[in-house]
Design a protein around this ligand. Structure first.
Ligand SMILES: Cc1cc2nc3c(=O)[nH]c(=O)nc-3n(C[C@H](O)[C@H](O)[C@H](O)COP(=O)(O)OP(=O)(O)OC[C@H]3O[C@@H](n4cnc5c(N)ncnc54)[C@H](O)[C@@H]3O)c2cc1C
Length: 498
């Protein structure tokens, strides 16, 4: 929703911007500009006064100093795969988009120290591949990894499929370089595991969604490469059984369960229908399914018994005897394991092609997942008859992508909109009742800004506003995202974004 005070920067200002980044750093082609103004789902079209692609931290610094001097607002951008409208200029044309895409160099890989130093515009998959080339592993893994950038992953504190074992992106960071809203460069690019020198500044910028500064470089942790991996697709009678299977698996696998993802049959239907080349891993229909992976950094033992796959077989056979698993298949090779993961990672893409739907990114304590699903499904279907819940996601982290398809007779998003509003309140109220979070991994952006104000305590909001004001007193960094310092600022009605 555009602010009434939108004033586009002058041509003199734009000239100074060009002088900083050069012609190569100005994005002027209409199609390219449209890309930088549209969210991944294609639901939010923004408008920017200019789109720039700086090539160095000095250029980022000069851009921010210039914007600060003129009170011009900035939207930092990575790969534009965020799902809460945080990287889109939503104010109506007075913002400068600063894309980090040209700052895409791997600066250092230290296999002995298990660190990698990168610029913010490196694509996540490139970081994974670089680690692999050094017989190391970078565990952050998500469906958007071919396009999202590490600066975006850090700024959203992205989670993904391996948080259960390795933690989220925050856990991967040793040091950061950040340009502050006034243009000063904070060099916190230290590779220190221990550093108790006052407040931990880097953690302020992780998950800040570009509202406190621009991340330009990072020192990341890398890990030993898993050598022995077992991947299974299971059918379980109910979510409670999935939780029990996970709890036992942690012991059976010597705490090497790296992923545990819940899949709902209706979500799987959408993937098989819309994503070419996918097929059901199991025969028949099963409402609740699980993708589970165990991985060890030990090479596959030659005894044929103590490796991950035989141990998983033994464990799943025990689970079947107990009635916790109805059917299961263990990937026989890497290609089959990839096919399982392709299904899991295609949920968001399939959602783009399916009919009207809404998705919530919530978390509750892991042990509450089954009771949450039961209570939330019942409340949602009662409040919005005909909606079809299909919760799925990172069950091992207590994080569900709680999706609802519209009733079968509802054919477009506009018709579904009033129901989405009802579901917003039902789902988020239930999350509050279960002491959970209304954003587990996607962030707040513009889509959940009002929800954050609704559900977080006054004390929490006061502290967040104080931090924002201290670092960005002019309010030029990604306005209208995460937190409003002044409640009179415009805010998007969020639910349709998701
Ligand atoms: C198919 C798909 C699957 C996904 N799966 C997951 C998942 O499993 N787990 C998960 O957590 N998320 C997931 N996401 C969403 C996730 O947030 C993003 O994919 C990713 O972390 C964002 O990176 P990006 O480079 O695209 O950032 P963008 O979308 O460009 O930006 C995201 C936010 O970060 C800010 N930002 C970007 N770069 C910088 C920077 N250098 N400095 C300061 N601020 C910056 C932007 O202003 C914005 O607020 C998925 C998205 C898609 C499309």
């Amino acid at each position: 929703m555009p602010d009434t005070l939108v004033t586009t920067p002058s041509s003199a200002f734009l000239g100074k911007l060009r002088a900083i980044v050069g012609d190569k750093g100005m994005v002027e082609d209409a199609q390219a500009r449209a890309f930088h103004q549209t969210d991944w789902r294609g639901l939010t079209m923004g408008q920017a006064a200019a789109v720039v692609k700086p090539a160095t931290v000095e250029e980022v610094s000069a851009i921010l100093a210039l914007c600060s001097e003129h009170g011009v607002k900035i939207v930092p951008q990575g790969g534009l795969t965020g799902l809460v409208g945080a990287s889109i200029p939503v104010r109506g044309g007075d913002e400068i988009v600063v894309s980090l895409a040209r700052m895409n160099r791997i600066l250092d890989v230290n296999a002995t120290a298990y660190t990698m130093t990168v610029e913010a515009g490196v694509v996540l998959q490139t970081i994974q591949e670089t680690a692999t080339a050094h017989d190391r592993y970078f565990p952050i893994s998500l469906g958007a990894q071919g396009s999202c950038m590490i600066g975006g992953n850090l700024s959203t504190n992205a989670g993904g499929a391996t948080v259960l074992h390795y933690g989220n992106t925050r856990s991967m960071v040793l040091g950061l370089e950040v340009v502050l809203p006034d243009g000063r460069i904070w060099n916190g690019l230290r590779a220190l595991k221990k550093d108790n020198t006052g407040y931990d500044l880097k953690n302020l910028f992780v998950g800040a969604e570009g509202t406190l500064g621009v991340i330009t470089k990072a020192v990341l942790k890398i890990f030993p490469k898993p050598k022995d991996v077992a991947t299974a697709w299971l059918a379980v009678p109910e979510p409670k059984a999935a939780l029990e299977v996970l709890a036992g698996a942690r012991i059976a696998a010597d705490d090497n369960v790296t992923s545990c993802e819940l899949v709902h049959e209706l979500g799987l239907d959408g993937i098989i229908e819309h994503i070419p080349g996918t097929q059901r891993p199991l025969q028949g229909r099963h409402t609740w399914q699980v993708l589970m992976e165990w991985s060890s950094t030990r090479p596959i033992p030659e005894d044929g018994e103590s490796g991950m796959r035989p141990r998983m077989e033994t464990y799943l056979a025990e689970c079947m005897e107990k009635g916790l698993v109805e059917d299961a298949v263990i990937a026989q090779n890497e290609a089959q394991a990839r096919a399982f993961w392709h299904i899991r990672e295609s949920h968001a893409e399939a959602g783009r092609h399916a009919g009207p739907a809404v998705s919530f990114d919530i978390s509750v304590a892991v042990e509450k997942i089954p009771s949450f699903i039961e209570a939330c499904n019942a409340a949602a279907v009662h409040a919005a008859p005909g909606v079809r819940p299909r919760p799925m996601g990172h069950m091992g982290d207590g994080n569900l992508h709680y999706n609802f398809s519209a009733p079968v007779d509802v054919k477009d998003r506009a018709q579904f909109a009033p129901t989405v509003k009802i579901l917003d309140r039902v789902v988020h109220d239930m999350v509050a009742k279960f002491d959970g979070s209304i954003s587990a991994e996607h962030g707040i952006g513009s889509a959940k800004l009002l929800e954050l104000e609704h559900y977080r305590s006054q004390t929490e909001l006061d502290v967040m506003r104080a931090i924002k004001k201290a670092l960005d007193p002019q309010g030029i960094m990604n306005p209208g995202k995460v937190i409003r310092v002044d409640p009179a600022e415009s805010a998007q009605e969020g639910s349709l974004m998701r």
